[in-house]
Design a binder for this molecule. Structure first.
Ligand SMILES: NC(=O)c1ccc[n+]([C@@H]2O[C@H](COP(=O)([O-])OP(=O)(O)OC[C@H]3O[C@@H](n4cnc5c(N)ncnc54)[C@H](OP(=O)(O)O)[C@@H]3O)[C@@H](O)[C@H]2O)c1
Length: 291
């Protein structure tokens, strides 16, 4: 598995990342961690809210039971969303909180859940209309100084939101984690991937397979299967390869809960899509030739 720096001053991650959003129980988590590490996927994408605030802790239990695992992986987690759930009875409405206090408290919780003393990369999960950039900068400085977080980034930020926050920070935002795939390709054309390249900021791609929704679309799947056959690959692999081919330093986050599909994803890096096939895939979704 290729390893690559996500930013010139950022961490080196496995080019394919394992997303834990749907890893709902300890057994799945343990099986998927081992499958990922076995094929060289060492970077795991979390958020405090996954599983209604339960998955970090379940993942941490697996780490506690296998003391050598933590040193073999990079942990990414997020903060800033407050969910309406029985697990947080004080929340009256779903909202965002990017205050100094919440960022610090959320990281302390994550560290405790993972039973670790550092997070490799912390992301602000969503842009918050009430975000005070000075407070975020203060929190990031404090977390960096204490060694609790090594690197910082954002998720779902527009280019202007990204540049606004960056302008207040003493360290670079090393990623913007966004939804991008063959099926959700607007960011490749609306300037987001361009501006990220200006900053040399790699992109973590969430829902790289469109969250699996398009596997039931028989007509598109037929066309994609014909193309995949040409590369002796699966449809999922050519969908990952389509993203990996983009020059914006894209790190797809596979969301599968199945160890065999994690292995399958890891092999996508060997596929070198012909340029005309890349555009044929795009046309399959947009329905038209490029201008
Ligand atoms: N930052 C954000 O706001 C944000 C939002 C959403 C997600 N994320 C991150 O992105 C990760 C990935 O998101 P996602 O789950 O939507 O990603 P995805 O990889 O696009 O979709 C995974 C889904 O597709 C299904 N699937 C069907 N056929 C598949 C195949 N051949 N290979 C692989 N999967 C197949 C999987 O089912 P099986 O489990 O049965 O394989 C699973 O339900 C999450 O885990 C999370 O870490 C971040």
């Amino acid at each position: 598995m290729q390893r690559k720096q996500i930013h010139p001053q950022g961490p080196e991650f496995s080019r394919m990342i394992a997303g834990v959003w749907k890893w709902m129980d300890e057994q799945t988590i343990e099986k998927c961690i081992h499958a990922a590490l076995d094929c060289g996927i060492t970077t795991f994408d979390h958020a405090d809210i996954y599983g209604k605030y339960t998955i970090e802790e379940l993942f941490g239990k697996v780490l506690k039971g296998n003391s050598d695992l933590r040193s073999k992986m990079e942990l990414v987690t997020k903060c800033g969303i407050k969910l309406l759930t029985d697990n947080r009875p004080d929340h009256r409405i779903k909202h965002y909180d990017t205050s100094y206090e919440h960022i610090i408290a959320s990281v302390d919780n994550s560290l405790q859940h993972f039973d670790t003393d550092y997070i490799d990369l912390l992301l602000i999960h969503r842009p918050d209309p009430l975000m005070n950039c000075e407070e975020v900068a203060e929190a990031f400085d404090e977390l960096e100084r204490s060694g609790k977080v090594l690197y910082f980034g954002v998720s779902n930020f527009t280019t202007t939101q990204f540049e606004m926050l960056q302008s207040y920070l003493s360290m670079p935002l090393v990623t913007n984690q966004v939804e991008v795939s063959l099926f959700k390709n607007d960011l490749l054309f609306n300037g987001l991937t361009d501006v990220m390249q200006v900053h040399r900021t790699g992109i973590m791609a969430w829902s790289p397979l469109g969250s699996g929704k398009f596997f039931d679309d028989t007509e598109r799947m037929h066309h994609l299967s014909v193309l995949a056959d040409k590369y002796k690959a699966t449809v999922a692999q050519v969908l990952f390869a389509w993203l990996l081919q983009h020059p914006a330093n894209v790190f797809p986050i596979t969301g599968t809960t199945k160890p065999e599909r994690i292995m399958e994803a890891s092999k996508s890096l060997t596929i070198d899509l012909d340029k005309q096939d890349w555009f044929a895939m795009l046309k399959l979704v947009t329905g038209k030739d490029v201008a």
